[in-house]
Design a protein around this ligand. Sequence first.
Ligand SMILES: C[S@@+](CC[C@H](N)C(=O)[O-])C[C@H]1O[C@@H](n2cnc3c(N)ncnc32)[C@H](O)[C@@H]1O
Length: 317
Amino acid sequence: MKKLKCASFFAGVGGIDLGFEQTGKFEVVYANEFDEYAVKTYQENSSIKVDCRDINTVKTEEIPDFDVMLAGFPCQAFSIAGYREGFKDKKGRGELFFQLERIFVEKKPKIIFLENVKNLVGHDNGNTFRVILDCLHNAGYKVKYQVLNAMNYGNIPQNRERIYIVAFRDEDLYNKFNFPDPVKLTTKLNDVIDFNKKQDSKYYYTDKCPFYDTLVNDMTKTNTVYQWRRIYVRENKSNVCPTLTANMGTGGHNVPLVKVKHGIRKLTPMECFLIQGFPKTFKLPKDMANTRLYKQAGNSVVVPVINNIANEIVKIM
Ligand SMILES: C[S@@+](CC[C@H](N)C(=O)[O-])C[C@H]1O[C@@H](n2cnc3c(N)ncnc32)[C@H](O)[C@@H]1O
């Protein structure tokens, strides 16, 4: 099979792109992302020169032809924690889906792959999702979608539920496509978190932290991931990491915490990327602030889930 050409929008650090390319059957020919820091991380790991213009300013004819559209479009407008205004988000973020529509209507890719937060379906009593489906149907696509949790579909110990939408122009492909079956979770937290290595002192909490005593009292177990929730520590009982978020690292909370023999510390940015299923060889730019790296990791995807879906697409091509 000749490699299918992909164009990636809202590409971030390229998690979706990586999951598709790992199959060996897809190649990314165009990527767009306007956050220069995410672009830096993307380019550290790929030979692609990312188009870093705001997608609103990119003319459709400037984008090379492609077979597969990849997009984890910005989800702030759809998130429970976000603005809850959907397409009416004052900052315009909800409307970015219509940029994708403009491009797929003209470019007519064979397949469209979209990723978003789980509650996209229920947002605004289902109206937001209905608009998305209508846009796809009107452009001639048949659509399948499913919510998958990374701990059940990616063999990654993170509780991360996301909706995956796969749309096909060809009815036969649509009929043949199935989302992957669940896979047993065999990857352990200590496969992705180094509980023994002494990390840089900046990751450790000390008695200078106002809630240090609570951390010491409540974080009793090693090999468990905790989360500071404003006034208390939450233990993750199922032995997986809680959902990584884009705002972790800002304001000091939300980066998951572990108790290790050297003390109580946050996960490092690299550990966060590993909990998203990025390979150990994934490079993080050395001179980049950790807050940016935590944001990039939280904004990204669980790569093996994407890879499993991409492999299902390969099977039917
Ligand atoms: C949810 S993240 C997608 C992350 C990506 N799937 C990954 O694996 O890293 C959405 C991305 O859209 C980018 N973005 C938001 N508005 C944009 C715009 N108008 N033009 C280009 N990129 C934009 C953000 O900078 C962010 O990196």
